[in-house]
Design a protein around this ligand. Structure first.
Ligand code: XMP
Length: 431
């Protein structure tokens, strides 16, 4: 790659990702590698400098032994960002005391010019993909989410119709979502798109299932089956696209405390698709960089800035068993909620917001008649990492308007509640 880079050797510090982001914001490409990466591998990458990040008791001596090699023999500037900078045996005038001085380290000490930006990165990726793929065939499972959309477009810009995208409508998407995805990828990007309308299939498999983890499993497995069936019709492909992004790479293998939810994106890897290699065009990018790349590629802002949407979709927002009728109720209520939030411009200030169809029916009155209908819950949270979250204090008048619209426009809903619980103890999704 014709790019200047900095390597962060991660000795267990929790701020590696933050520092990497800051470096990229200085227009210098930065990569995080495990502390024990082979020195020859580092050398081949020809970095302009090395940063060590950690928070525990390392000294110059034990850093070298922990890293399994003497990083100083690379002959490039090395700095340490952590609590114990005074222990490090490097030229003190070159070592910034905090990140504030990062720019000096990058530009003055390491001699970077700062030529990395998203437009040049996207251009370079397209060139490299074109070269790698040549005239071979590529298959992509398009979900309509940000990552798979950006991955599909970048590959389509490189190889055009050699790419086929399969988009499975599992019937648990938000209102109009499937049509919007189809419109963007066929009219705007001229991608080879196969849309599979598999709603009935999913509803049949899910009928009567109430356990959230079973729902997730069924949706994930059925998704793979549908995808495989369609892929079979295409025959052998050379590459399968995955929308893996940089945090997935860094975080893979890092031990997590107990499983709360299985949290898989719909998909995973199909067993019966004939391909020779996985291709991951976004594996170097952080989430906000993926969005930036999407904008550079001309993907509509509405799609690029989409809030996260779980792979199992509305399946984990309908409490209890799923029926087509319940999906319709939730789609309508959620649509009104999103419409009103966007109308008052709050959408840009909320990390995630959605409606939930609770399994609760209660008594109400409409047009002087007794009703016995569903309760819809609304959720809006602010979070940076989705591991913890705070509920948003939505203005009463906005909530009031949303509630009024939902109970008057959506059939079979006679009550609306607002969820004022943080994570923990609640999770963001209700299931
Ligand atoms: P929770 O509910 O665990 O959600 O607080 C944290 C974030 O993960 C999303 N989420 C999922 N995403 N498949 C996904 O792709 C899932 O099964 C799943 N469950 C939760 C959730 O929307 C939130 O952004």
């Amino acid at each position: 790659m014709d790019k200047e880079s900095i390597i962060i050797l991660d000795l267990g510090g929790c701020n590696s990702q933050l520092i990497a982001r800051k470096i990229r914001q200085c227009n210098v490409f930065c990569e995080i590698l495990p502390y024990n990466t082979d020195i020859e591998k580092i050398r081949r990458k020809s970095p302009k400098g090395i940063i060590l990040t950690e928070k525990v008791e390392h000294t110059a001596d034990n850093i070298s032994s922990t890293c399994n090699h003497n990083i100083y023999e690379l002959g490039i500037p090395v700095i340490y960002i952590g609590e114990l900078i005074e222990h490090i045996n490097l030229s003190k005038e070159d070592s910034p005391k905090n990140i504030e001085n990062l720019k000096d380290f990058l530009y003055k000490t390491c001699g970077c010019v700062g030529s990395w930006n998203m437009t040049s990165y996207v251009d370079m990726s397209i060139r490299q993909l074109k070269e790698k793929i040549g005239d071979q065939k590529v298959l992509c499972a398009l979900s309509g989410g940000v990552d798979s959309s950006v991955a599909a477009v970048i590959i389509s810009k490189a190889i055009g119709k050699q790419l086929t995208c399969i988009f499975v409508d599992h019937g648990l998407l938000r209102k109009n979502e499937a049509d919007e995805v189809e419109e963007i990828f066929t009219n705007q990007f001229d991608v080879n798109l196969i849309r599979v309308n598999a709603q009935e299939r999913f509803y049949n498999k899910l009928a009567g299932v109430t356990d959230p983890e079973r729902k997730r499993k069924i949706i994930g497995e059925e998704f793979i089956r549908v995808f495989e069936e369609e892929a079979k019709k295409i025959g052998r492909v050379d590459y399968l696209v995955q929308g893996t992004i940089y945090p997935d790479i860094i975080e893979s293998g890092v031990g997590k405390s107990g499983l709360v939810k299985s949290h898989h994106n719909v998909g995973g890897l199909p067993d019966h698709v004939d391909f020779k290699e996985i291709i991951e065009p976004l594996r170097d990018l952080f989430k906000d960089e993926v969005r930036e790349a999407g904008l550079v590629l001309g993907i509509p802002e509405k799609l690029v800035n989409r809030q996260p949407f779980p792979g199992p979709g509305l399946g984990v927002r309908i409490i209890g068993d799923i029926t087509p009728e319940k999906v319709k109720i939730l789609q309508e209520a959620d649509y009104i909620y999103r419409d009103e939030i966007a109308r008052v411009g709050l959408d840009k200030h909320i990390s995630q917001y959605f409606a939930v169809l609770t399994n609760l029916k209660s008594v109400g009155v409409k047009n002087d008649k007794r009703t016995y209908d569903y309760t819809v819950a609304l959720r809006a949270v602010k979070t940076t990492d989705f591991m913890t979250a705070e509920y948003i204090e939505l203005p009463w008048d906005v909530l009031g308007k949303i509630s009024k619209r939902i109970v008057s426009e959506v059939e079979h809903v006679n009550r609306v509640c607002y969820d004022i619980t943080g994570k923990p103890p609640a999770t963001i999704e209700w299931e």
